[in-house]
Design a protein around this ligand. Sequence first.
Ligand code: ZN
Length: 179
Amino acid sequence: MPGTVFFDVDTQIDFLFPAGALWVPGAETLLPVIARLNRHASAHGIPLISTMDAHAENDEEFRRFPAHCVAGTLAQRKPEATLVPGQTILRKRHVDCFTAPELPALLGGFAARRYLVYGVVTEICVRHAALGLLRTGAAVHLIQDATMHLNPSSRDAFLDEFTASGGQLASTGFACGIL
Ligand SMILES: [Zn+2]
């Protein structure tokens, strides 16, 4: 369907892998599905936006969370398997990707009517992305089997908030059926 954009949130080494500074337990198991989704988008000419935390060494956020994803470090990178041709990387310094000044123009350029959102952490950065994208008036599908949370009750609270706001829950199989 034209007007679909895949939105891959913060799938970076510091979050995905047990050796990462802010590992999300279980997130390492997402690598094959994230890679599959990104390859699917790339292969079918579906726009793919991948957000990336890119912090300064003493960023304000490190008062709330352990230092992570410092710009230019190896652990700030995305795993090789998630990198695909045609991907748009959006660097950000805050949990809310809508604080990145270039995001509105980027979304406007794609004229999306539907976003498929996945990545980490479900109840933090994925939440900000999904709710912000809903506010653009587009449909938003959360690809549940390609997300991971830190806290199950916070995740459940977000899922209630998301669906009450009109968001829809979907799977990688659904996403990869879109051509
Ligand atoms: Zn961060």
